[in-house]
Design a protein around this ligand. Structure first.
Ligand code: PLP
Length: 397
């Protein structure tokens, strides 16, 4: 079958692929430790489930307005005003089927062939593909581990051409765990304003920040940015609701209206029941997030400490998300029982088959010297996986 050219431009999500391989090995009876997951291991909180059950019992099971129910939009408006001091109108909000769907809709309504979109690397795997699906071109802006992956304003300026349309920011960042400082964001904002770039600010890990660090949204920096910034967020990570598929975008009204038109001709509204669940999550008092963060900090500290005791691995302490992003460059070129390890992918494959530990290699994130490991699992799983990983690393020659 001859398929459309656009689908040949992209591949399946590599993170979902690795998780699927680990699950397939588990279903064959193998004890696989999954450090590849992109979601909290925690269950969705009971009060969120109760809201969904109540919605079903009340018969709230029909189509809703395409861009989301008014009360959910109002809760998002309230959240953005509370957290960032910016007052949006509900017409500037769209609720979609996850933050990924919001990003997809956004790219479809913003980009034309020939447009360039700057993506700081390392980056979340889906950004380049979402840009390519919109016929635009991703332009990667390298950042350095030694500089905590901060954006270098000079390097950013050097990426800008007359075709540059937008810049994608993700703070805290998947996979590096980096949180952009106010200084970095202000420098980026000045450049974006000077070159009239749209800022797409993906804030999906916003609540998962540690050690007193503070997430800063570009929209809180200056009102001048509001006309050219779209914030993308959702409940997936902060409320352990990845399967419910609720995300949202907030931005200039013409962009949001266009996204709503697109959504009306594709998915229509996100699930009515999941919207009620997301409403309960956004209206909650923050206890769940605080407890989740407290648990994640202890697990982060343990995983980073263990990784740093493994020969050939160094891992900085991430300020946010639930990912460790160890540098494994000293292991590349070493020999395993399955052959030489040239790349992070070789190492990840070795660890999966030798130690039954699943982690994600750096390449799909634009990183050729790193692995990504999630520390969201149970303590026992964490300890078992890291012990097995260490044994497999020490077995390399
Ligand atoms: C940086 C980033 N943005 C967006 C998403 C997608 O979130 P959602 O599950 O709400 O679609 C993810 C999920 O892994 C992510 O890591």
């Amino acid at each position: 079958m001859k398929l459309a050219a656009r689908i040949a431009r992209i591949g399946p999500s590599p993170t979902l692929h690795i998780t699927a391989t680990a699950k397939a090995m588990t279903s064959q009876g193998l004890d696989v430790v999954d450090f590849a997951a992109g979601e909290p291991a925690w269950d969705t909180p009971d009060f969120v489930k109760a809201a969904a059950k109540a919605a079903i019992d009340a018969g709230f099971t029909k189509y809703t307005p395409v861009g989301g129910i008014p009360e959910l939009k109002a809760a998002i408006v309230h959240k953005l005003a509370r957290d960032h001091g910016v007052q949006y109108d509900p017409s500037q909000i769209i609720v979609s089927c996850g933050a990924k769907h919001a990003l997809y809709n956004l790219a479809q309504v913003l980009f034309d062939p020939g447009d360039e979109v700057i993506i700081p690397a390392p980056y979340w795997v889906s950004y380049p593909e979402i840009v390519r699906l919109a016929d635009a071109t991703p332009v990667f802006l390298p950042t350095q581990e030694s500089m905590q992956y901060a954006i270098d304003p000079k390097a950013l300026e050097a990426c800008i051409t007359p075709q540059t349309k937008a810049l994608i920011l993700n703070s805290p960042c998947n996979p590096t765990g980096t949180l952009y400082t106010r200084q970095t964001l202000e420098a980026v904002a000045t450049i974006a304003l000077r070159h009239n770039l749209i800022i797409i600010s993906d804030e999906i890990y916003e609540t998962l920040v540690y050690d007193g660090a503070q997430h800063i949204s570009p929209i809180s920096l200056t009102p001048d940015l509001l006309a050219q910034t779209v914030v993308v967020n959702g409940v997936s990570k902060s409320f352990a609701m990845t399967g419910w598929r609720i995300g949202y975008a907030a931005g200039p009204q013409d962009i949001i209206t266009a996204m709503t038109h697109l959504q009306s001709q594709s998915t229509s509204n996100p699930s009515s029941i999941a919207q009620k669940a997301a409403l309960a999550a956004l209206q909650s008092d923050g206890t769940f997030c605080h407890t989740l963060v407290a648990d994640l900090i202890r697990k982060r500290d343990f995983m980073i400490q263990q990784l740093n005791t493994m020969p050939g691995i160094t891992c900085p302490l991430p300020s946010g998300t639930f990912y460790a992003f160890p540098n494994v460059s000293a292991l590349l070129g070493r020999e395993s029982r399955q052959g030489p390890l040239h790349t992070p992918s070789d190492l990840a494959t070795y660890l999966l088959h030798e130690a039954h530990v699943a982690c994600v290699p750096g390449e799909p994130f634009g990183a050729t010297q790193h692995l990504r490991l999630s520390y969201t699992g149970d303590w026992e799983v964490l300890k078992r996986g890291l012990a097995r990983m260490e044994a497999a690393i020490r077995a390399l020659t």
